[in-house]
Design a protein around this ligand. Structure first.
Ligand SMILES: [Zn+2]
Length: 300
């Protein structure tokens, strides 16, 4: 049995020990808790994008395999050269790493949609793409959406000009954003106006694609950056173009390394309102500037 004073003393000691313990551990516990809360969604949401270079040294095309990490559902974008794409798909489907659900085509040109027939011999898949794409099953309307797995939302953006059936595909997964631009937008450049005109390309680049969030990463259909920078330097001198020049000299691949925000700085076709460019081409209407730039590039 304890006497009353010693019991009071014991209680006081226990209470101050408890208070000290809480004070010591609370900040660390809450810091750890906050860290876990803020990191978890990033890790569970990230979409996975794998580039598959094709015809390296000639066409310098890219096919892209995009996977929803959670469900493993995948789409293959522009698998134009089956000998280079099928081994990658086979290895991943055979091991269960991915479940292939669609072919997506950015436009009908053979070096983008020309592999569909061969891919279909190995995989039964629907084809989502422009109306003139070989074996196409679905042509999504402008701004219509579909999902890949649990977390990737895709929006189709019609960008007619290079071909009339050109569609850019905008992928969102939480805070990750990417746009697959085919031959409409390249890093530092744009596609030729085979089936369209400057009005259409101006709308495609400077209204439709320019309205995407600035942090959207750009994945074009070809690695053309070196040639595009060479042309950009003749038209304009700015910090962003110098940086792109440096990067493209040091890196063979530039896809996914630059954003829509970067393109607004270093892509002369997205700077049709730049007074220095307007002065150089002797035009001040954005569509006329676009037309002049494309003609200059075609001649260069
Ligand atoms: Zn093309």
């Amino acid at each position: 049995m304890h006497s009353l004073p010693s019991r009071i003393l014991l209680s006081c000691f226990l209470m101050s020990f408890l208070a000290y313990t809480i004070k010591q551990f609370t900040p660390r516990i809450s810091a750890r808790f906050i860290a876990r809360v803020s990191y978890e969604p990033v890790a569970s949401r990230a979409m996975h994008i794998q580039s598959i270079p094709m015809w390296e040294g000639t066409g310098n095309n890219y096919a892209y395999l995009v996977t929803d990490d959670k469900s493993k559902e995948s789409v293959i974008i522009d698998p134009a050269n089956p000998p280079e794409v099928l081994p990658v798909l086979k290895e991943k489907t055979d091991s269960g790493a991915i479940k292939l659900s669609k072919i997506i085509n950015t436009h009908h040109h053979h070096d983008h949609a020309g592999g569909n027939t061969e891919i279909l011999k190995h995989y039964k898949l629907p084809i989502v793409g422009g109306k003139d794409c070989s074996q196409v099953t679905t042509t999504p309307s402008h701004k219509s959406q579909f999902n890949i797995g649990e977390s990737i939302k895709v929006t189709a953006l019609h960008t007619p000009c290079h071909t009339q059936d050109s569609i850019c595909f905008y992928f969102e997964d939480g805070s990750e954003r990417a746009v697959f631009t085919g031959d409409t937008l390249f890093i530092g450049g744009c596609g030729r106006f085979f089936e369209g005109n400057a009005t259409e390309m101006h709308k495609a680049l400077n209204e439709v694609l320019a309205s995407l969030p600035d942090d959207t990463k750009v994945y074009p259909g070809h690695e053309y950056t070196k040639g595009n920078v060479r042309f950009a330097k003749k038209v304009l001198d700015n910090e962003a173009i110098r940086k792109l020049d440096e990067f493209s000299q040091a890196n063979k691949e530039t896809q996914g390394k630059f954003t829509i925000g970067d393109e607004k700085q270093h892509n002369v076709f997205m700077r049709v309102s730049d007074p220095n460019i307007q002065q150089l081409v002797g035009q001040n209407e954005p569509v006329e500037v676009m037309k002049s730039l494309r003609e200059m590039k075609d001649r260069s």
